[in-house]
Design a protein around this ligand. Structure first.
Ligand code: SF4
Length: 221
């Protein structure tokens, strides 16, 4: 077992936030009709991707009926569809499809994770829950020795990413904002939530543009 796999096992057993433990398990007990009869993961989500990644993508938290259902970050919901389609267009993913653990998705050069690992009510962890969960992100980052660039999806992830790297944002969050911390170049994107993608606040070309910008920072190998 690799250190990343061992860490994933520890994350998967975490029950430190009572409110989020209740929420993730309640979602599994009362799924919407379209997911009735499916076995839910209903545990914390660890990051997914290439252990040799140079690019880190940090989302907010798993969706109650997305990652919390399938057991993989950004998998099984519209947000993930939007994200992985962009990673496919920009050369980081072998396919756009992200449906479940058996869908064949493979990432190259990128590791996708989240600031909080349990599905929160209203998609919003509390400040205390973010702080309790932060060590998991810090440990994942420590186990990804080739990281050069990180993309935060949304303002909360932007702030949490900086905190996990031991600093505060020097640039105000906004789509395309750039910063640096912990030896990494940091880029911001609006979150891939349906609230943004359905309204056109975040378009495919805007997200592709952030990953294309990340590619310009990659050190020549
Ligand atoms: S949000 Fe993080 S710290 Fe809280 S229970 Fe889930 S994995 Fe543990």
């Amino acid at each position: 077992m690799t250190e990343l796999q061992a860490l994933a096992a520890r994350i998967g057993a975490c029950r430190l936030c009572p409110r989020l433990v209740d929420w993730r398990e309640e979602a599994a007990r009362n799924p919407p009709a379209r997911f009735r009869g499916e076995g839910y993961w209903a545990k914390p989500i660890s990051g997914f991707g290439d252990p040799a990644a140079w690019l880190l993508v940090v989302g907010l938290a798993p969706a109650a009926h997305g990652g919390n259902r399938t057991g993989r970050v950004f998998t099984g919901d519209r947000s993930g569809d939007f994200l992985f389609a962009s990673l496919h267009r920009t050369g980081f993913a072998n396919q756009a499809l992200s449906r479940d653990l058996e869908d064949g998705l493979e990432l190259t050069g990128v590791f996708v994770t989240a600031a909080a690992r349990c599905a929160p009510p209203d998609n919003r962890p509390t400040r205390e829950e973010f702080a309790t969960c932060r060590p998991w992100l810090e440990r994942e980052i420590a186990l990804l020795p080739n990281l050069e660039v990180a993309v935060a999806l949304g303002g909360l992830a932007w702030d949490e990413l900086h905190r996990a790297l031991g600093t505060r944002p020097v640039a105000k969050f906004g789509h395309g904002a750039e910063s640096a911390a912990g030896g990494l170049r940091l880029l911001a994107s609006y979150h891939v939530s349906q609230q943004n993608t359905f309204t056109g606040r975040l378009t495919e070309s805007m997200l592709d543009g952030v990953f294309s910008r990340a590619l310009t920072f990659r050190a020549p190998s």
